[in-house]
Design a protein around this ligand. Structure first.
Ligand SMILES: C[S@@+](CC[C@H](N)C(=O)[O-])C[C@H]1O[C@@H](n2cnc3c(N)ncnc32)[C@H](O)[C@@H]1O
Length: 350
């Protein structure tokens, strides 16, 4: 038996009993709004089963201190000393601390996570040159991940790749309601590219993206911010704030009617089209001859209407069959903080 801590988005709360059943989970305890702690004899199923796609992030649980940190005297010092004795010999590349309830407006645990990390780093005396931020980590090297909240402290060692994200709990919070936010989807591509950077190099500045289903343009504006060139298509218009951007061209038409200029080769396709996923992916793969070798495809698999794990499995299998037939291989798949009833799939053209 081993103990694990997994995160499942609240969007899938109705599927949690089925997911935990597939994993053979026993002695289940819910922590925060999205974490589940449990024992299992089949931990391999966390990564390799029909439940895997719902698990945003995961660590094997190696240390826990169930307590109320607010009432515990010297919580930070005691916790820092304990994890030092427990994990020092494991030589983690760094240690990162997140919150069990990242959505909570309560500032106490935000400060606690940050102060605890600061003190623990001092105690560990990690050598100079180690990653200071989550982004600087080597995705394949082991990190000590810790989560704190009103239920106590929970820690485990894993590489970011195995855990499913560079940050404790997955990806970093990206504000989506700022004054210049065009749509919620902007945070989705920002987060998606951040996730993808663990798996492969991102397209270079100046790379040419074809964006299918771009309106109103939240994702478009994120691509432009990264100095990419974007050709965007949608039946609906883009937000006027994007008008006249020098690296953007926009076509207001149905993607099914779109014929690219004959000599053009895109470096990446981004599709956030709604509608049937089988139809959306067919509109993407139809354009394969206009892609450079090794081109990237970022595809939102919308699963609205699919109610069971089996339904979602069937949808994804259809999409994967279509991409495979057309010479695309799946690089990674995730459920992002800003994904609702949908997953983000990343493909590469062979
Ligand atoms: C979820 S919205 C896209 C949001 C967008 N990614 C953003 O960042 O603001 C889906 C869009 O896909 C467009 N769409 C779906 N199928 C399409 C098609 N066949 N041709 C053109 N646009 C399509 C819809 O018009 C809609 O604007």
């Amino acid at each position: 038996m081993s103990t694990h801590l997994i995160r499942i988005s609240e969007v899938f709360s109705g599927l949690v009993p089925e997911i935990l059943g597939i994993l053979g989970a026993e002695k289940i305890k819910k922590l925060g709004s999205e974490y589940f702690l449990f024992h299992t004899e089949t931990p391999e199923l966390i990564r390799d089963s029909s439940a895997a796609r719902f698990i945003r992030w995961h660590i094997p649980l190696e240390h826990s201190w169930p307590c109320n940190p607010e009432k515990m005297e010297n919580f930070i010092e005691k916790a820092a000393q304990t994890i030092y004795y427990k994990f020092e010999s494991r030589n983690p590349q760094t240690l990162l601390v997140g919150r069990l309830d990242p959505g909570s407006p309560k500032q106490y645990y935000k400060a606690l996570a940050s102060n605890f990390r600061g003190r623990a780093l001092q105690v560990f005396e990690l050598p100079e040159g180690l990653p200071k931020t989550a982004e600087q980590q080597d995705p394949a090297k082991e990190t000590l991940f810790c989560l704190v909240g009103k239920e106590g402290l929970y820690c485990g060692v894993s590489s970011p790749l195995e855990a499913g994200g560079l940050h404790p709990g997955g990806t970093k919070f990206i504000a989506q309601n700022t004054e210049d936010t065009i749509s919620r989807a902007g945070a989705k591509i920002a987060e998606g590219l951040h996730f993808l950077s663990m798996h492969r190099r991102l397209p270079k500045k100046g790379a040419h993206w074809l964006e299918l289903g771009a309106s109103p343009g939240g994702m478009t504006s994120e691509l432009l911010k990264r100095e990419y060139e974007v050709s965007a298509i949608d039946r609906a218009p883009l937000d006027p704030r994007l008008a006249n951007h020098r690296n953007l061209s926009f076509l207001k038409e149905d993607v099914a009617e779109f014929v690219p200029p004959r000599s053009i080769r895109y470096d990446a396709i981004l599709s956030d089209m709604n509608g049937e996923p089988q139809q959306a992916i067919t509109l993407v793969t139809r354009l394969k001859d206009f892609l450079n070798p090794g081109a990237l495809v970022v595809f939102t698999l919308k699963t609205t209407g699919a109610e069971t794990i089996a339904d979602i499995d069937a949808l994804e299998s259809d999409v994967l069959a279509i991409t495979e037939q057309n010479g695309f291989s799946l690089i990674a798949r995730t459920h992002l903080t800003y994904n609702r009833q949908e997953f983000t799939l990343f493909f590469e053209k062979a």
